[in-house]
Design a protein around this ligand. Structure first.
Ligand code: GLU
Length: 480
């Protein structure tokens, strides 16, 4: 039987990087096994779900290249794929459970329920002790509902029964009897709860593998009860390890950006984000750390998940990004830079020939494409001369002011906006042959006079890219 796996986000916010990781695993697992990956929108929390978030999530998944085979935007055999369009189905199953005596209408007041949960925590009494679960109140309950009273429906839990699963990540997981009390499956506003409709849909969508975050492990016991009550086959569950920050706490906004759209804005490549997130909780069979999703179609399987918490480290993500940047062709790199770099910035103010030269020069100096603009701003606008031990040493050589004076004169005579590579070479030759400056004093001297720094990108390539004016300003400062 081929794998059918789903990602089931609630559109109550932007796509979280944890969600992106789950979706990525679902996508590659389906691709690697010839199965299907389904996107289902779980929007029964009407107050918090919005169409804008749904669209934003779909856009982010598309940007990541995590394509689905079935979903609200592409349809499929088991449509609809949006829970708000499936309410009748849930109602029919609620009715079935009510009929079978496995669910009951509950008329307890808020205050009563609060007291029950207080007693449950303090005295260890069952989480629900309301009278409505008893058969003798069934007729009264039905009458009240028939008279139009709105109320919630609870699942009747057997307090003596324990449950277990063989989790794809965690192995055997036991849920002891009495862990949960009678839980709400339908709210008084007629909307089903997550633990109920999630099961109905996984069954209706023929899902046989569930990959989701570890935080849902505790929900699983309620879902197992619903599976059992409705006679549905239980899928294989894999609860993925949580992501933590460097303080070992669950990853949250205080650790930095957690939503995919922010990484997009920060200039990360989608393939790098996928690659990095994939390794937070899964390992490559050949221990590769750089790969594309297409590479994984050959090797991905769900036996290599790791259950220990995965430490999220933005520096590793940046490194992964730098590796993927180097895999791009010249044209792809240019397109990426054009898309990400600010349209009113220095990069965009030059022609394509200049842009290509600039990218080839700076590629090995950057990890994320946005750093190109930062470096340009630095070289274009910052005419400060670095003041550190290295610069003090360079300034102490008698050859440095000689170079500076010579360059100042030469640059002043350049009629174009930029210095050409030929001119740069001629000046170096002159200093070597006529001024007899060689080796470190020559190269470091040139670099320092022209850039104000003791290290940086290849000088011969850099200088023709910079405006003459900025070179002149720096050279003047050194020659003073
Ligand atoms: N809608 C749930 C969520 O966004 C889905 C959980 C699941 O995959 O079962 O967390």
């Amino acid at each position: 039987m081929s794998i059918r796996v789903r990602f089931a986000p609630s559109p109550t916010g932007y796509l979280h990087i944890g969600g992106a990781r789950t979706a990525f695993y679902c996508h590659v697992l389906a691709k690697a096994t010839g199965g299907k990956y389904i996107l289902r929108i779980e929007d029964t929390d009407l107050e918090r779900s919005t169409k804008e978030y749904e669209q934003a999530m779909i856009d982010d998944l598309k940007w990541l290249g995590i394509t689905h085979d079935e979903g609200p935007d592409v349809g499929g055999e088991y449509a609809p794929y949006r829970q708000s369009e499936r309410l009748d189905l849930y109602q029919s199953f609620v009715d079935q459970l009510l009929e079978k005596g496995q669910a009951f209408y509950d008329f307890c007041s808020e205050a009563e329920l609060e007291q029950m949960s207080k007693d449950h925590i303090e005295k260890g009494t069952p989480a629900y002790t309301g009278k409505w679960r008893e058969q003798e109140h069934w007729d009264e309950a039905k009458k009240r509902v028939a008279a139009g009273e709105k109320t919630s429906v609870r699942f009747k839990v057997d307090p003596t029964k324990s449950y277990s699963i063989e989790d794809g990540v965690r192995g055997h997981v036991e849920f002891p009897a009495g862990m949960v009390g009678d839980f709400v499956i339908m709210r008084s506003n007629g909307l089903p709860t997550y633990n109920f409709c999630n099961v109905i849909d996984d069954n209706a969508h023929k899902i046989n593998h569930v990959l989701r975050a570890e935080e849902h492990l505790n929900n699983t016991v309620r879902q197992l009860m619903v599976y059992e009550a409705l006679g549905f086959e239980v899928p294989k569950f894999s609860h993925l390890s949580i992501m933590i920050g460097s303080d070992r706490q669950k990853l949250s906004k205080r650790h930095g950006a957690t939503s995919v759209n922010l990484y997009r804005e920060m200039g990360f490549l989608p393939e790098a984000l996928n690659n990095y997130l994939c390794l937070l909780g899964w390992s490559h069979p050949e221990e590769k750390s750089i790969f594309t999703k297409e590479d994984l179609y050959q090797v991905f399987d769900d036996t290599r998940f790791n259950k220990s918490p995965a430490m999220y480290d933005i520096e590793k993500l940046k490194w992964t990004n730098s590796q993927h940047l180097r895999e791009l062709s010249e044209d792809e790199l240019l397109a990426h830079a054009k898309e990400v770099l600010p349209s009113d910035g220095l990069f965009h103010s030059h022609n394509e020939e200049w842009q290509r030269a600039c990218l080839s020069l700076l590629l090995d100096k950057i990890q994320v494409i946005t750093e190109v603009e930062e470096l340009l701003v630095h070289y274009f606008n910052n005419t400060e001369i670095q003041d550190n031990d290295a610069s003090k040493e360079i300034m102490s050589w008698e050859t440095t002011p000689q170079i500076a004076t010579y360059l100042k004169e030469q640059i002043s005579n350049v009629s174009d906006e930029n210095v050409s590579a030929e001119q740069f070479n001629e000046w170096m030759d002159y200093c070597k042959k006529e001024l007899k400056i060689k080796g470190k004093p020559l190269f470091m001297g040139f670099r320092f006079c022209l850039t104000g720094q003791d290290h940086g990108p290849d000088l011969k390539q850099l200088i023709p890219l910079l405006p003459k004016k900025s070179l002149l300003e720096r050279v003047s400062k050194v020659s003073q």
